[in-house]
Design a protein around this ligand. Structure first.
Ligand SMILES: C[S@@+](CC[C@H](N)C(=O)[O-])C[C@H]1O[C@@H](n2cnc3c(N)ncnc32)[C@H](O)[C@@H]1O
Length: 345
């Protein structure tokens, strides 16, 4: 191990490490705030809240409240105004706005789950993998939260950018969703497209139970049929006008087979929409080191545990072209989110 180096370079290296530690502190601070309703209290307040008043309102230990407020202020998530603490409306939307396309708060819940980093560390040497039915209900709920902003961007804005879909979805149509997870997408799509009917497929029985509950709560269970199957084994020839899969195509065990099954299941002229992360190429240092690339690199720890990896968007474009789709194209909806789509001839 080298024991000497240019002092200026060492200082820069140490500075970058401190930056990473600062990001960790910020993420933990945000997670505490979200789990305990601390941000909601600030967002709902009429004006700046002094630390004492904040602690009183929420029934918190005053010293702990002060420590948390200071750290959230240090992270730039809350601000100070006239000696009290406030949250800007923009930060409230980004952190707490469940239905907004820029909703980012759900990321912190998933980062704190043991399935992400702890299980990976435990299995670093054995390489033992896991699958969704090994994951806790808390993890599945947290992942569903992470999928939410993807659906918020996709429905209706992202679909609206795919040729023909706004008109299609405005009328009677049959939609296939692969990877329904805990049902967030079905509830959102059914709400936006009242004349559409849906078939939702997932390989995880627990997730389908959650979906069933949510469809009943939303009163839309009569418009949705749920199927417990792997995507590799699901095919319903010439049945759908649109097939969609959100943040899950990269998880397929056999991508060409799933693309072929979707092509068979679509009617002629039907559209396949893959809504997924857009992971940079391994040698794209600038993209990997941008905040989006760094967060997605963290998600890759869990993807490795379930034996896959997030993919560059080009992989989905190539997949749809190889599967014989027409008019294959892609576009970005955010720095982490891309849409790839193609039409069945
Ligand atoms: C990351 S979650 C996403 C769920 C949902 N689309 C969302 O955004 O909230 C992935 C889901 O896909 C399912 N899944 C992944 N690969 C599958 C496969 N090959 N066959 C069936 N289900 C699969 C898992 O069971 C899990 O519920």
């Amino acid at each position: 191990m080298p024991r000497t180096a240019d002092p200026a370079d060492v200082k820069t290296a140490a500075g970058s490490l401190v930056g990473h530690a600062a990001g960790y502190v910020a993420a933990r601070t945000i997670d505490i705030g979200l789990r305990n309703g601390l941000f909601h209290a600030l967002a709902d307040a009429d004006g700046p809240l002094q630390a004492t008043e904040f602690a009183d309102r929420l029934g918190l230990d005053e010293l702990y409240a002060k420590v948390w407020l200071r750290s959230a202020h240090a992270a730039g998530v809350i601000d100070m105004d006239r000696g009290g603490y406030v949250m800007t409306s923009a930060m409230s939307v980004a952190l707490l706005g469940h239905d907004h396309p820029a909703y980012t708060g759900s990321l912190f819940g998933v980062l704190g789950q043991p399935e992400l980093f702890d299980t990976f560390t435990d299995r670093l040497r054995t390489g033992e993998r896991l699958w969704w039915d090994d994951c806790s209900p808390e993890f599945i709920a947290a992942v569903s939260g992470t999928g939410r902003p993807f659906y918020n961007r996709l429905v209706p804005g992202g679909f609206g950018q795919v040729p023909g879909l706004a008109d299609l979805l405005g009328g009677t149509c049959q939609v296939l969703e692969l990877a329904v997870g805990a049902g967030t997408g079905l509830v959102r799509m059914a709400g936006h497209y009242p004349a559409a009917t849906f078939v939702g497929v997932d390989g995880d029985a627990y997730s389908l139970e959650r979906t069933r509950d949510r469809l009943e709560e939303a009163g839309i269970d009569d418009r949705v049929e749920l199927v417990h199957s792997t995507f590799e084994d699901f095919e319903q020839p010439d049945s759908f006008d649109l097939a969609v899969i959100n943040i899950s195509m990269h998880e397929c065990r056999d991508l060409p087979r799933v693309a072929a099954n979707v092509a068979t299941s679509l009617r002629s002229g039907g559209t396949f929409v893959i809504s997924d992360f857009q992971f940079p190429a391994d040698d794209d240092t600038a993209a990997l080191r941008a905040p989006a690339g760094r967060v997605m690199s963290g998600i890759q720890f869990f993807e490795a545990l379930i034996d896959d990896q997030l993919l560059p968007t080009q992989a989905f474009v190539d997949l749809l072209v190889a599967a014989g789709f027409d008019d294959v194209s892609s576009f970005d909806l955010s720095p982490v989110h891309a849409i790839t789509h193609g039409r069945r001839p």
